[in-house]
Design a protein around this ligand. Structure first.
Ligand code: SF4
Ligand code: FES
Length: 256
């Protein structure tokens, strides 16, 4: 790691206002299906500031060193969920991982999330993930008709029951950190259960039992071994394991 300083350009700025930069080494697991039979690690040295994110490093590498580096990203602000990846062995969003929070005295390892088919570099095929998501019917099914011109009323307490699981951005960090999912790609996985939870516990929804029956399958909630990897991985701070436990209880006792 080497350091350099950038003098602040503001009028009246002093040397103490200088911003320090660092050379950070990234080890990125590359895979080009047209050339490689196996993934390989490639290192890149990148000049970074403490407030940069890992996503900034990937941009710098792609724009300045190797245009073939392939990864997904869109919003760059933790909203779209497209840049989940393994950074130093932990699932995180590249756009929410600050360089200052990593140990830059050692190389930073970046690789694709696990358990989904690797397509190229940091990109996996998300279709199996979204197939499970679609299967739990992640939409409101309301069979009753509200009074003409009226909304479906819900109390603050009723809304609070599923507030946590409304925050999901479908990044797959939870599902791809789950050891059960790694060994059995048929398991619905935490994200699908979180999104089922969001509607099962919605007082306006009339389709909870259908979702509970779907998740009472051999590849459903009972595959969860409560390892908490999913909760630790979730960049939205959703209590994923707790949500899965609540769905298990609802399978046994019905919608509360
Ligand atoms: S529950 Fe969290 S980790 Fe899982 S997909 Fe949703 S936002 Fe991502
Ligand atoms: S780029 Fe959208 S969540 Fe990171």
């Amino acid at each position: 790691m080497s350091t350099a300083t950038l003098e602040a350009q503001q009028p009246g700025a002093s040397a103490s206002d200088a911003i320090q930069s660092f050379t950070v080494t990234f080890l990125i697991r590359r895979f080009d299906p047209d050339v490689d039979t196996e993934p390989r690690w490639q290192d890149f040295d990148v000049e970074m500031y403490a407030t940069d994110r890992v996503l900034d490093a990937l941009h710098k590498i792609k724009w300045e060193q190797d245009g073939s580096l392939t990864f997904r990203r869109s919003c760059a602000h933790g909203i779209c969920g497209s840049d989940a990846m393994r950074i130093n062995g932990r699932n995180r969003l590249a756009c929410k991982t600050l360089i200052k929070d990593l140990d830059i005295s050692k190389p930073i390892y970046v690789e694709a999330i696990k358990g989904l088919p690797l397509e190229k570099d940091l990109i996996v095929d998300m279709e199996p993930f979204f197939a499970s998501y679609r299967e739990v019917q992640p939409f409101l099914v309301a069979t009753s008709t509200p009074e003409a011109g009226k909304e479906r009323v819900q109390s603050v307490a009723q809304r609070a029951i599923f507030d946590d699981t409304t925050k999901c951005i479908l990044c797959a960090a939870c599902t791809s950190s789950c050891p059960v999912f790694w060994t059995d790609g048929q398991y619905f996985g935490p994200a699908a259960i979180v999104n089922a939870h969001r509607f099962i516990f919605d007082s306006r929804d009339d389709n909870a039992q259908t979702r509970l029956d779907i998740l009472n399958d051999k590849e459903g909630v009972w595959r969860c071994r409560t390892t908490f990897n999913c909760t630790e991985a979730c960049p939205r701070g959703i209590e994923v394991t707790k949500a899965i436990a609540e769905v298990k209880q609802a399978v046994m006792r019905g919608k509360p």
